[in-house]
Design a protein around this ligand. Structure first.
Ligand SMILES: Nc1ncnc2c1ncn2[C@@H]1O[C@H](COP(=O)(O)OP(=O)(O)OP(=O)(O)O)[C@@H](O)[C@H]1O
Ligand SMILES: [Mg+2]
Length: 274
């Protein structure tokens, strides 16, 4: 697998917003049938990095390659047309729409001709329900149900099935499990594995090391906008990854700091870091 040309690659990418340098010399490869986990603490630059991959931001320096050829995305739509699809934390679907309608929003199938063209609800529902069921979500069997009535995990799954149906080759998932309970998260992780089995390249952004370890083939840890570590499945333990994400401070050190704080503050834990 590793000798294949990556679908998407970043070479020495920097991104600045005016005087603020956010990404420094990022080089990454995203391959078909692999999950790349992007780990990093708040503010590390994860969202900026995926927005650069998805055509929202243009790199200040460096090159993006698709299938080995340099590309420039004119915007997110251009990146999407080239096969890069981003699914956000809450699925990005429309709560007040039916499953069928939300699946086809903007590209609704129609029946009839010319001025008599109407939205073909039956076809839309059939295609949407089949696409979702093919991902193993058999509980969704009625395309008329509202998206707002689905669980968080089901919504994520619907958004992923939709991206795959419309030809995504690279699937970028921004914290897809962050707002989910254990069962729902397990469900989404299964869908990620299914997307990988179908040969998509998946970029999976998360804070949760366990979730990353459940699906990741390749891992990159971002600290203050730079890649602090880049390794493959099995090369690091959970503790090592957690310590890396904490910016080199070991969890044991952090725990000791918290205990010292609590001892001098009548047992209260420290306020969350900004
Ligand atoms: N448009 C912008 N202009 C200026 N600074 C920005 C801009 N976008 C992001 N930044 C800065 O870049 C840094 C990285 O932000 P980013 O949102 O990429 O982090 P993140 O890793 O996604 O964090 P989180 O886990 O909280 O989502 C932050 O310090 C942020 O303030
Ligand atoms: Mg972010």
């Amino acid at each position: 697998m590793s000798d294949k040309t990556p679908i998407l690659e970043l070479q020495n990418v920097d991104k600045s917003f005016g005087p603020i340098d956010v990404l420094h010399n990022i080089s990454l490869k995203v391959r078909a049938g692999e999950v790349l986990c992007l780990l990093g603490d708040n503010g590390a630059g994860k969202s900026t990095l995926i927005k650069t991959l998805a055509g929202v931001h243009k790199p200040t320096r460096g090159t993006i390659l698709m299938d080995g050829q340099p590309v420039e995305f004119s915007g997110p739509r251009d990146a999407q047309e080239k096969g890069i699809s981003t699914v956000h934390q809450f699925g990005g679907t429309f709560p007040l729409m039916s499953i069928g309608r939300s699946f086809f929003v903007g590209v609704e199938p129609t029946k009839g001709w010319g001025p008599f063209k109407v939205y073909d609800r039956k076809t839309a529902n059939e295609i949407a329900v089949k696409a979702v069921q093919d991902f193993g979500i058999t509980r969704i069997d009625d395309g008329d149900r509202l998206v707002g009535g689905l669980s968080g995990g089901e919504r994520q799954s619907l958004a992923i099935a939709r991206a795959v149906h419309f030809g995504a080759r690279v699937l970028i998932l921004d914290e897809p499990t962050a707002a989910l309970g254990v069962k729902q998260a397990a469900h989404v992780l299964r869908i990620v594995n299914e997307a990988k089995r179908r040969g998509l390249a998946v970029v999976f952004i998360t804070h949760q090391v366990m979730h990353a370890m459940a699906v990741g083939d390749h891992f990159a840890v971002l600290i203050r906008g730079a890649i602090a570590a880049d390794f493959r499945r099995g090369e690091k333990t959970r503790e090592e990854i957690t310590d890396l994400m904490a910016g080199g401070e070991t969890m044991a050190d952090l725990e000791a700091q918290i205990e010292t704080y609590m001892a001098s503050h009548e047992g209260h834990p420290p306020p969350p870091a900004q």
